[in-house]
Design a binder for this molecule. Structure first.
Ligand SMILES: [Zn+2]
Length: 254
């Protein structure tokens, strides 16, 4: 797979430039109500991503990071942002403080973004360009869920899910363009789930609940009808062990 070869060659996972503007607290500017709204949105996304991972649809990459992420639009103080999970997410439960970013701007010419995060080292997922541009441009879509489990044309065909023709490197302009090309032929909301060849599946919804419903109906409930090459149970246990160890140690040091 092109992306794995690219990572193995030492190329960056994130292929756009990021500028951190400030923290969540600075963004809400002391407004408790806005802070709670942001916390609720973050919790909702964290729960959905854990659900995706526990069902094996966000497999672990060779570097131990999780191949899955999600996004949701949110308005803070009258301005719209895209809430995203962070790049290089570890397995297991996500933390509000360290695992999310709010992207305020994405420049498609410079291929760069501006974002807020609680911790300075947190960066938005490498799939930010795709999430941000889709949620900003596809009418009626407010949330998205993505996982690397379903990536083959044959599986997409068996599931009756549209699949892109060309393989594109994640995080690049070509990758986002391929998603829009797919949407031209299979428009949302008639179509809500897509497969990106050798990359993963992509779900669009009016909210996170709808994304979860699509995941349940189009993938999880089809598991006994067709063979879905998702994460095996043994692999899953290993992931959970790693999850228990890593975040705990990280927290302990603080
Ligand atoms: Zn991806």
């Amino acid at each position: 797979m092109a992306e794995e070869r690219s990572l193995a060659a030492g190329e960056a996972r994130i292929k756009f430039s990021c500028t951190r503007v400030g923290s969540f607290w600075e963004l809400v500017n002391g407004d408790q109500k806005e802070k709670e709204k942001l916390e609720q949105a973050t919790k909702g996304l964290a729960e959905l991503l854990l659900y995706e991972e526990e069902h094996g649809y966000a497999p672990m990459a060779p570097d131990g990071r999780i191949g899955g992420n999600g996004a949701s639009k949110i308005v803070i103080k009258d301005k719209e942002y895209v809430l995203l999970s962070k790049s290089g997410k570890l397995p297991g439960k996500m933390d509000y403080k360290s695992d999310f970013c709010l992207v305020s701007r994405f420049d498609t010419e410079k291929w760069s973004c501006e974002y807020f995060s609680e911790q300075p080292e947190t960066k938005p997922t490498s799939d930010t360009p795709m999430h941000y541009q889709l949620l900003k441009n596809v009418q009626g879509a407010f949330s998205a869920l993505h996982g690397h489990a379903i990536e083959k044309e044959e599986v997409a065909k068996a599931l009756n899910v549209p699949c892109s023709v060309e393989e594109t490197l994640f995080s690049t302009p070509a990758d986002t363009k391929a998603m829009f090309t797919l949407l031209e032929e299979y428009p949302y909301p008639k179509w809500k789930i897509f497969v990106r060849k050798n990359h993963g599946f992509y779900i669009l919804g009016r909210d996170l609940n709808e994304c979860k419903t699509v995941l349940n109906e189009k993938l999880i409930s089809q598991e006994n009808k067709i063979s879905i090459p998702k994460m095996k149970k043994t692999h899953k246990r290993k992931v959970n062990n790693a999850a228990r160890k890593k975040p705990y140690n990280l927290r302990k040091r603080k």
